[in-house]
Write a protein that binds this ligand. Sequence first.
Ligand code: ATP
Ligand code: MG
Length: 284
Amino acid sequence: MKLRIAIQKSGRLHEDSIKLLKECGIDINNGVNKLKTEATNFPLEVFFLRDDDIPQYVEDGVADLGIVGENVVLEKNRPLRTVEKLGFGKCRLAMAVPKSMEYSSIRDLQGQRIATSYPVIVNDFLRKLDIQAEIHEISGSVEIAPGIGLADAICDLVSSGSTLFMNGLKEVETVLRSEAVLVSNDKLSPGQQQLLAKLQFRIQAVKKAKNNKYVLLNAPNDKLPEIIGLLPGMKSPTVLPLAEEGWSSVHSVLNENDFWDIIENLKAAGAQGILVVPIEKMVV
Ligand code: ATP
Ligand code: MG
């Protein structure tokens, strides 16, 4: 009994996918140019594929699981279950037009030619807005299409926007926000579902750990109630006496979202020697 997972062979999701498995305590020998490999300490076989092929392989049951961008999942439109969002490979699918074009709303794309590698998603987006446009599907280097007269606008993946800028384009609409996801089919045996639950449990522990920091600080005892009041912690903070009379060491876990606010408040409340430490795994 084992699970077979398809991940990108090379490209933007490859390293983070392997890193995630490693952080889940799964060791794989990642030989160069291998098509597949076996984990040494978890019943998992890893297939290395082009990301475009992963939804199909998972749907057909050649692989049980896949790690792929939501953009690819939606474009391929296969009946897959999204098990978990993975927090990496973040990008957006965006419409962009030449900088010189006057653009005020999506209506300006009516009747225009749009080059994209995502015809299904773009068609769906435009149909919902009741815009008719001519979609030209091209598989790569979409950003050069307006420059060579192939299209009036493009719809492509963007993370920083520098590629658009370098090609004289400006981003005008966000069509989709995407990140890497773990997908599965509905063909898993009960035993495989148990293995998936085990894997998912580990992924969640890794994700939670990334969103949280372990904080240690020193506090004068008379300020303790105020300082403890600022800390959420998993249960409540740990308070230990320091060797120096009248002082305590306080340990707690902080979420990344309100991290800086709380640190500032702690300092203002009299905390000293604040240490912030990454957490490797977190199970709540
Ligand atoms: P493959 O050879 O596997 O087909 P690819 O060239 O289609 O690879 P990559 O460019 O490696 O794909 O991107 C893989 C995924 O990474 C994208 O589908 C998307 O989900 C995500 N991604 C994150 N940031 C970006 C970005 N700036 N541009 C493109 N993709 C991005
Ligand atoms: Mg691809």
